[in-house]
Ligand binder design. Structure first.
Ligand SMILES: NC(=O)c1ccc[n+]([C@@H]2O[C@H](COP(=O)([O-])OP(=O)(O)OC[C@H]3O[C@@H](n4cnc5c(N)ncnc54)[C@H](O)[C@@H]3O)[C@@H](O)[C@H]2O)c1
Length: 342
């Protein structure tokens, strides 16, 4: 019987899909989430999808006593740490909130893990850690060894936590750590029961397009049509959230086999332009997506996509679902839940 996995932020978008994979794979799971950006309903939905019971602890990763209790009571053997704030613009406006939640929250979690003798951690990092330093030449994939220079406060919090974990591994080699740098998670569970439920105006392209398709928003602004890309719009690496979730399971399995620190891109390596995404969503939804061009946004780059080779080699994992499938699943979720979980 495998040990219990604590999933912080497990009612959030990526966390929920990962919990489904863990339960399906037979891991006992306990979710800890303060619900600041998610809904309790997610727990029922996960139980419905998997047909398995799921323990939920409502609370904050900065609450030491709650952590101590949870780690002990559930005999936790490893932690997947998703809990954090992720809105780039908000992080610029509220840096202290972001450093406190994302960095202090992680520190407290790792301290309590160490105190409880738990040394296996999978951390949600992000392609934002690459920032603009040594910007890739157009068409160049991002490999894990390129320079790290995040621009936003959000990206800096991710790099800080990566550094904390690297230092920890150096000092205490018994730690087993995976730093997973996600590219652009998209799509929803194929059941249509769980998906991305952004509060307010979506920061990411696919949920925005989905809200236009369902009639919640009038039209989409395409920022920049003069990039040096085939159709002039920005290229990104969208990865199906179910593929991303499987990547976590693969990382956990590798860490269970050998004590190591792995830093991996989780992406497809296949760039998709904004116009390609719109076309794929129109095909999936059968609806026209009104859009207009707008000036480039400061900080946006022409292309950002992963070199996923290392993840394939180390995890034996590869993203398999394409942009059409991401749009079909996102549309099923959006059509069934025009107002999200509420
Ligand atoms: N979605 C993306 O585009 C993306 C890309 C790269 C990295 N990430 C990272 O992946 C992780 C998960 O992202 P997501 O898209 O699922 O976000 P999300 O907001 O849907 O999920 C995060 C969850 O963490 C919870 N949470 C936040 N602070 C908490 C705290 N202090 N204590 C307990 N729970 C807390 C929220 O309520 C939410 O349920 C985040 O760390 C995010 O920074 C996301």
């Amino acid at each position: 019987m495998p040990g219990t996995i604590l999933v912080t932020g497990g009612t959030g978008y990526i966390g929920a899909h990962t919990v489904v994979k863990l339960l399906d794979a037979g891991f006992p799971v306990v979710v800890l989430d303060n619900l600041c950006n998610s809904s309790r309903t997610v727990i029922d939905r996960i139980q419905k999808i998997t047909g398995k019971p799921l323990c939920f602890v409502e609370g904050d990763v900065r609450d030491r006593h709650l952590l101590q209790n949870t780690l002990q009571r559930h005999s936790v053997s490893a932690v997947i740490h998703f809990a954090g704030l992720k809105a780039v613009a908000e992080s610029e406006a509220e840096p202290l909130t972001y450093y406190d939640n994302n960095v202090s929250g992680s520190l407290i979690l790792f301290e309590e893990m160490a105190r409880a003798g738990i040394h296996t951690a999978v951390f949600s990092s992000s392609a934002t850690v690459y920032g603009e330093s040594g910007s890739a030449k157009y068409g160049e994939k991002y490999c894990e060894d390129r320079p790290l220079a995040p621009v936003s406060v959000y990206g800096k919090t991710k790099l800080m936590v990566e550094n904390i974990l690297r230092d920890l591994k150096k000092a205490q080699p018994q730690w087993r750590i995976a730093l997973l740098r996600y590219f652009n998670p998209a799509g929803a569970h194929h059941s249509g029961l769980i998906g991305e439920d952004p509060s307010g105006v979506p920061n990411n392209l696919m949920p925005f397009v989905a809200q236009v398709a369902v009639g919640k928003r009038e039209s989409l602004s395409v920022f920049g049509n003069d990039y040096p890309t085939p159709d002039g719009t920005g290229l990104r690496d969208y990865i199906h959230v179910e593929d991303l979730a499987s990547g976590h399971l693969a990382a956990l399995n590798v860490l269970n086999q050998k004590s190591s620190l792995i830093t991996l891109n989780l992406g497809t390596g296949r760039p998709v332009s904004v116009l390609e995404m719109i076309a794929a969503f129109e095909k999936a939804s059968g609806r026209k997506i009104p859009w207009q061009t707008a000036p480039r946004r400061a900080g946006d780059i022409a292309a950002c996509f992963a070199d996923p080779t290392r993840a394939q080699e180390i995890l034996g994992w590869k993203a398999t679902l394409d942009i059409d499938r991401m749009c079909q699943d996102a549309w099923r979720w959006q059509r069934n839940h025009p107002e999200g979980y509420c």
